[in-house]
Design a protein around this ligand. Structure first.
Ligand code: HPA
Length: 271
């Protein structure tokens, strides 16, 4: 990744009409419906955007969409890139750098996750307060990282306290239960064993997923305030572990999505 590549990427997007978006949004697995709220949308398919990784997982539509939500200019990633698809850390975080280069000032992230803390049930929303990186690498571990920001990025408060406070208040006002917790990222794509669920609980995780953490690290590198919500799609109870399948995860994500959309829309309005 070079600055020149990023500039080419954003030149292409600007030429399509991506004009000074204020807010970037990443939509997780099964969580694509927020795009229906975008007014005057302009769509760029990942496969057409210079230097974007090629989209592979078929249930992700793989589009970057520019437009307005609640009167704010937004750029939305419908579908993200995952390590488990064979990409590296630099690839999967390239779109975050591209959105930053386009000018976003805030980043909103969603994902589907399994619960470790069994107070979190299928269909719950969890505001991510902190995370644990178990993906075995960093999107900042490359030679030229210092050209893009600090190498030793502070992670004492990776999720913006002000936006977390706003989301908490919005959730109360709308009477949408919003739990809080620690998200742990794993590579996947296999789900966890019983022993792994026990381990993740011991180390302090409340929910587990296969994304988000690299994006959050890069956002912190760019000093981009972020907020993130997990949609709990399955429960990792090691004493009664049911086989999970992807269709279930996507179904639960879809059923829970309206609550997440309501929170994000109001946050966008208030930002
Ligand atoms: N584990 C890991 N990733 C996930 C899960 C899970 O249980 N559910 C959704 N993404």
């Amino acid at each position: 990744m070079t600055k020149k590549q990023l500039q080419e990427t954003t030149e292409y997007l600007k030429s399509k009409g991506f004009d000074k978006p204020e807010i970037g949004i990443v939509l997780g697995t099964g969580l694509g419906k927020l795009v229906e709220e975008i007014e005057n949308p302009i769509v760029a398919h990942y496969n057409h955007i210079p230097f974007f990784p090629m989209a592979t997982v078929e249930f992700h539509s793989g589009k970057l969409i520019y437009g307005e939500i609640e009167g704010k200019k937004v750029v939305v990633m419908q579908g993200r890139f995952h390590l488990y698809e064979g990409y590296d850390f630099i690839d999967i975080t390239y779109p975050i750098r591209a959105m930053h280069e386009l000018g976003i000032k805030k980043l909103l992230i969603s994902n589907a996750a399994g619960s470790i803390n069994l107070d979190l049930k299928k269909g719950d929303l969890m505001l991510i307060e902190d995370h644990i990186n178990l993906q075995g690498g960093s999107p900042l571990a490359f030679k030229d990282v210092a050209q893009f920001g600090d190498r030793f990025v502070d992670m004492s408060e990776p999720y913006n306290p002000e936006m977390r406070r706003m989301l908490t208040e919005i959730a109360e006002k709308k009477q949408i239960p919003l739990k809080k917790g620690v998200y742990v990222s794993v590579v996947g794509p296999q789900l966890e064993t019983k022993a792994e669920y026990r381990y993740l609980k011991i180390i302090g995780a409340d929910a587990v997923g296969m994304s988000t953490v690299p994006e959050v690290i890069v956002a912190n590198h760019l000093r981009l305030p972020i907020v993130a919500i997990s949609v709990i799609t399955d429960e990792g109870n090691p004493d009664n572990l049911k086989p999970v399948n992807l269709d279930d995860i996507i179904r639960v994500a879809g059923e829970t999505e309206p609550k997440m959309i309501a929170l994000f829309k109001e946050l966008i309005k208030e930002l």
